[in-house]
Design a protein around this ligand. Structure first.
Ligand SMILES: [Zn+2]
Length: 95
């Protein structure tokens, strides 16, 4: 997305990022290498990412402040990402 896509009435909300996205990326990098069956193709990597995010409700971080609701622990993210990797390996979206 371009910088102006984040503009709302002249205020940039670009610094507000979804915390789940960062956590899912972090745990995908850590956990995927533990699955030798994973093929590292674009479709499978994007499937794991989407599947993981769909299982997590959005959490947004504002620069400086953290919007806290029920905080998820790293173990929760780990479980979700691990589960998604296993599902994608079992049900590949391509031959
Ligand atoms: Zn694949």
């Amino acid at each position: 997305m371009k910088k102006e896509d984040f503009d709302v009435f002249g205020v940039s909300v670009e610094t507000v990022k979804n915390k789940n996205e960062a956590k899912v990326i972090q745990f995908m990098r850590e956990l995927i290498p533990q699955f030798p069956e994973f093929d590292y193709c674009t479709i499978c990597i994007q499937d794991v990412y989407a599947l993981s995010l769909n299982q997590l409700s959005p959490r947004y971080i504002q620069a400086g402040t953290i919007v806290l609701r029920k905080e998820l622990k790293d173990e929760d993210y780990r479980d979700v990402v691990e589960n998604s990797i296993e599902q994608v390996i079992k049900n590949k979206n391509h031959p």
